[in-house]
Design a protein around this ligand. Sequence first.
Ligand SMILES: Cc1cc2nc3c(=O)[nH]c(=O)nc-3n(C[C@H](O)[C@H](O)[C@H](O)COP(=O)(O)OP(=O)(O)OC[C@H]3O[C@@H](n4cnc5c(N)ncnc54)[C@H](O)[C@@H]3O)c2cc1C
Length: 535
Amino acid sequence: MTLTSPAAEQGEMHPSRWGDPARAAALPDTARGLIEMVFGLDERPALAEVSVPPPAIDTKVLDELAATLGAEHVLTDDATRRLRTRGKSTPDLLRQRAGDLTDAPDAVVRPGSHDDVMAVLAWAVAHHVAVVPFGGGTCVTGGLAARRDGFAGLVSLDLVRLKRLLDVDHTSMTATLEPGLRGPEAEALLAAEGLTLGHFPQSFEYASIGGFAATRSSGQSSAGYGRFDALVVGLRVATPSGEVSLGSAPANAAGPDLRQLFLGSEGAFGVITAVTVRVRRLPAEKVYEGWRWPSFVDGAAAMRTLAQAGLLPTVIRLSDEAETAINLARPEEIGQSEIGGQSAGGCLMITGFEGEPDAVSARRAAVTAVLSGLGGQSLGEEPGASWVKGRFDAPYLRDSLLDVGVLVETLETATFWSGLETLYAGVRSALEASLGDGAMVLCHISHVYETGCSLYFTVAQKAAADPLSQWLDAKAAACDAITEAGATITHHHAVGTDHKPWLSAEIGDVGVSVLRAVKADLDPTGVLNPGVLVP
Ligand SMILES: Cc1cc2nc3c(=O)[nH]c(=O)nc-3n(C[C@H](O)[C@H](O)[C@H](O)COP(=O)(O)OP(=O)(O)OC[C@H]3O[C@@H](n4cnc5c(N)ncnc54)[C@H](O)[C@@H]3O)c2cc1C
């Protein structure tokens, strides 16, 4: 065991903010003026750093693990444990800002191989220690805040050392990646082979391959490349009951598809130690553009037409009237009233096309014909380029807004096309009623299918004296509205601990008992991510 801190190593996020600490910034002046006008300014700096509670695990038990992994891979220093405390939802950030580190792991353990992971699990079972798999730490649903009562301790199983590209099959167009690779690292390794995964969630810069699989993530280009679970063809998983290796063919009829059991299992059934994914050739051309629609309903109908005609672009998203008015919340452009040099109004749609030039031209022409025919107004490439430039900026803006006393958070859901208007109205009014006068509720359609789409809401409101309760009440109201509308409690953020109270309503009592039975079989003593996912 070591007490020295390697936490300052490159690429760690700030513990109570999103992303690269060097990019933490005050609000740009344009935004500051607008925020002052709408919400007032109420500077709320984070508390000075509070110490992490001392490790509550017997050091002899940890020493046993250190003998297997190497002392330098069993860490108990404050900084490392702080950085492995919870994820990056607004409640997570608010708790860190308030100095609440009660969910800190007792130690951070860093296995270097699949066999090491198996050894950590055997050790955890032997000593009844809770284990929280940790990929990029970008979780927004409490999936890293496992229960610790009844356990001899709780460790964060950090996959940071599992970062290899294990195999590339250029004939089958598959690649096998280790789980600790973050999005940019995986893309860089694949790019050297002329390939791409094409998975770009907004958390891309920090989220990991294992995390994408464990949460069934969906990215900004998933209309073209597919959701992460659709990209996975094989998995290797370490469980307390043994190893599971899946994916012997592109498709099979060998009973239910067990890969789907581990995709979305959020560390509760096993630790994913390798992921084989379908890959594509790096696109030679990328073009993004903007369209304006008279209303959200009109734009959504156009998306449905494209999806059902088999004509989806690689990227397609549609902001509602409110989100359009603040122009996709790009920090440097908040308050401007123009889209692509034309006066704002209606709803902004972004479309993007990636691939070989001929294929891009053909699909773009076909999409343009459909959208123009339905009454869409082309805004050209400027709004598309602008979206690309700012596509990973919003989480930094959230921190700057929290700094000046504005509560900001997002939530997402999905439904069939026929239920879209009811869901949109229900969630919107639940959020507005809970957050009160002056609340800003913005929405966009972020993912589109033949049969339906997802809705992604962003809220902003002047922070109350207790912003955590303010948000938790609003979120509960929105989750109730989602359940009432018969929609899913999560389209891509997963269940974690935050969505668990609503999961039973979605999958029913028998569904819950199936999850419990799988958990009992793979993790009989319940050491894996206790309290996460399984009701
Ligand atoms: C600003 C922001 C933007 C986001 N945008 C998107 C988005 O566009 N699309 C989207 O889908 N999500 C998004 N998310 C949510 C989050 O990034 C995803 O859920 C992501 O897939 C989590 O990956 P991670 O590596 O960070 O996992 P972590 O946060 O480390 O873990 C997530 C869960 O998976 C488990 N886990 C992690 N690795 C493994 C493993 N190898 N084996 C077993 N279990 C494991 C953890 O225990 C935890 O329960 C966003 C989050 C933030 C903060």
